[in-house]
Design a protein around this ligand. Structure first.
Ligand code: ASP
Length: 347
């Protein structure tokens, strides 16, 4: 009798322990989180989010002109993308339209405004993914393609490959009639100054931000994601970051979500950040908010991976967690819209 009761007690204790371990595993740490969830109750017709990079954006570090210029640019990108979604256009078209505008604006570290390598060159990376087909395209280390996001999409649509780099990517872009520019087009004085500062002070390199990205859900419920960057200031030549890597910098799957990343690329590659968020939704049935927060605020933060993501799920929920002081960001749905830079902003 005694041993039966004891066995039962042990069994119950064992079960409690298993339940405890399981709950620890599935419950993400959502403390110290900054996120934006749009339309949790009302179903939205379309939803789109953009970022212009995560980094050390604080009210003290951003001057008034930059603050204003960034908000104007984010709104321009939202306008262009929304015009497409409102008229029933495809998520992929909206993503490329928004990113093209941000690439053409020197405020951002993508296209014109790309940061410099250690050798004072500009090497750009970009990727694009269509969540309805799971097709993807990317370019890495390109120096003469005006809008790398267009080349990334062309790799997806018009080649049998997913990623082309360097001269091969540039030759392909030329064949596709994608606009090429002289490498000097990307030479922006302010970025050169950042490189000089980075060479003098190692901490400077992480103060750079401005990678751009966009995720969208269109009226048909299709998802798409894209990311474009100059990489990290003072990087070695031919260094490739996470932005052109499908699953790290960009991911889209109609069954789960679309994600675009920004931050310290080496961490985003090793932790396959964009795909991890989708996988947590698919395999563990986490919500978008839980999955994105878990990866950014828990997994990445623990190992010192600075950055953030913008995500939209298949129901049009938007989540934008980051673990840096700030992130240039914006969103639009058929119900509401906002842009923000700092952590304490209501948007
Ligand atoms: N993720 C980019 C890279 O590592 C940089 C950034 O987002 O700021 O190339």
């Amino acid at each position: 009798m005694w041993s039966k009761a004891n066995n039962m007690k042990n069994l119950l204790l064992g079960l409690a322990l298993i339940l405890f371990v399981l709950s620890c595993e599935t419950k993400p740490d959502t403390s110290s989180t900054e996120t934006k969830i749009v339309a949790p109750k009302e179903k939205v017709g379309y939803a789109l989010a953009i970022h212009g990079g995560a980094g050390f954006q604080t009210r003290e570090s951003i001057d008034k002109e930059t603050d204003k210029a960034v908000r104007v640019a984010l709104n321009e990108a939202l306008d262009a993308a929304e015009a497409i979604l409102k008229n029933g256009g495809a998520a992929g078209d909206a993503v490329v339209a928004a990113i093209e505008i941000l690439e053409n604006n020197p405020e951002f570290n993508a296209g014109k405004g790309a940061v410099f390598t250690h050798d004072e060159t500009n090497e750009l990376d970009a990727s694009f993914m269509d969540g309805s087909t799971m097709d993807a395209g990317a370019v890495g280390g390109v120096s003469v393609i005006k809008n790398p996001i267009k080349a990334a999409r062309a790799v997806m649509e018009n080649s049998p490959h997913v990623m082309l780099v360097g001269r091969g990517a540039e030759a392909f872009a030329k064949e596709q009639n994608i606009e090429l520019v002289d490498a000097s087009y990307f030479r922006v004085e302010d970025r050169l100054k950042s490189l000089k500062r980075a060479k003098e002070n190692e901490n400077e390199k992480m103060s750079k931000h401005g990678t751009v990205g966009c995720v969208a859900m269109d009226k048909s419920g299709n998802l798409a994601a894209g990311t474009s960057t100059g990489g990290m200031t003072n990087k070695r030549w031919n260094r490739i970051g996470d932005s052109p890597i499908i699953g790290a910098g960009t991911y889209a799957n109609n069954n789960t979500c679309a994600v675009s990343s920004t931050g310290h690329g080496e961490f985003f590659i090793r932790y396959t950040v964009a795909h991890d968020i989708s996988a947590l939704m698919e395999y563990k049935e986490l919500s978008l908010e839980e999955a994105a927060n878990h990866v950014i605020q828990d997994k990445l933060k623990k190992v010192g991976g600075n950055g953030g993501v913008i995500c939209v799920d298949k129901d049009g929920n938007i989540s934008t967690p980051y673990n840096t002081p700030g992130m240039y960001r914006g969103y639009v749905t058929d119900k509401s819209r906002g842009v923000a830079i700092y952590k304490d902003e209501k948007w």
